[in-house]
Design a protein around this ligand. Structure first.
Ligand code: F3S
Length: 282
């Protein structure tokens, strides 16, 4: 049997880097903290907890001067959080995804140049909260076309528009169309990351040429659900599993080619486990 694993399966570059940075820190300081869970995957967070990594929810939980390392996750944090951490005098490992850091730098610089800042994204998302914190929260957050219409911009003022990295591209275009009519001088930076799109495109391509497809990910993970739908449309024998335990190998016995992909929060070891299991049994 031919088994094809999607190269883009599982963690994106930024999350992979953040998780690796946490594992590298284990044992290096008396206490290791992450500010918020490093990833939305219970197994990974539990495994790290067993290795002594604690999840904190605010900077206040850290005592000044303690022998500790705090890791900032890939979403990034507002500037005031970064400063508050520095003031605690502890070691900081900044695992903010470089693509997110780039957005922080843009909004900070453009704010200083006198631009009005618009962040296209969800105000509730930690990444957007972080971004807003790099231009003193003096920005407009726009998530819908209606919010773009209602956004109070001054035609004479320079405007800088950035996007949440996981924002939908089509929606971003629609919003930008509206915002563009609201200023004579508008600087648009499409900061959407293509990791999700790449994962989806590759999943569809593999599903199309496979007899069966396995999609690995959390039951409640919306990006995994989306991957499943894409694969199912291309390959009738698509199976959604959380772990190896959900895999009924008998179902795969008659297939010549099987494809494997995984959602954004699925660790590599689970993907590998499924891959070798499918290979071994045939
Ligand atoms: Fe991942 Fe960074 Fe893109 S965290 S989704 S690679 S912006």
């Amino acid at each position: 049997m031919e088994v094809t694993v999607a190269k883009s399966a599982g963690f994106c570059f930024g999350v992979k880097r953040a998780v690796e940075l946490v594992y590298e820190e284990v044992g290096k300081a008396q206490k290791i903290y992450t500010l918020g869970p490093i990833i939305h995957n219970e197994q990974v967070v539990r495994d790290l907890e067993e290795k002594g990594v604690q999840v904190l929810h605010s900077v206040e939980e850290i005592e000044a001067g303690e022998d500790a390392t705090v890791i900032i996750r890939s979403h990034g944090v507002p500037k005031k959080t970064a400063v508050a951490l520095q003031e605690k005098g502890i070691r900081i490992v900044d695992a903010t995804c470089p693509f997110v850091k780039k957005i922080h730098n843009i909004v900070q610089a453009k704010k200083e140049e006198g631009y009005e800042i618009v962040v296209v994204g969800s105000a509730k998302h930690p990444e957007v909260k972080g971004t807003c914190g790099w231009c003193d929260n003096q920005c407009h957050v726009v998530e819908t076309v209606q919010e773009a219409r209602d956004c109070p911009l001054d035609k004479q003022k320079k405007v800088c528009v950035v996007a949440q990295t996981t924002f939908n591209y089509k929606k971003f275009e629609d919003i930008v169309d509206i915002l563009s009519k609201k200023s004579y001088d508008i600087f648009i930076m499409n900061t959407i990351c293509n990791a999700t799109e790449e994962r989806q495109t590759e999943a569809g391509t593999i599903a199309r040429k496979s007899d069966a497809m396995i999609v690995i990910g959390g039951k409640h993970s919306s990006n995994t659900q989306k991957l499943y739908e894409i694969c199912k449309a291309e390959c009738a024998d698509t199976h959604f599993i959380q772990t190896l335990d959900d895999l009924d190998l008998k179902l795969f016995q008659s297939f010549r080619s099987v494809g494997i992909t995984a959602g954004a929060s699925t660790p590599n070891n689970i993907i590998k486990e499924v891959q070798s299991y499918v290979r071994q049994e045939h």
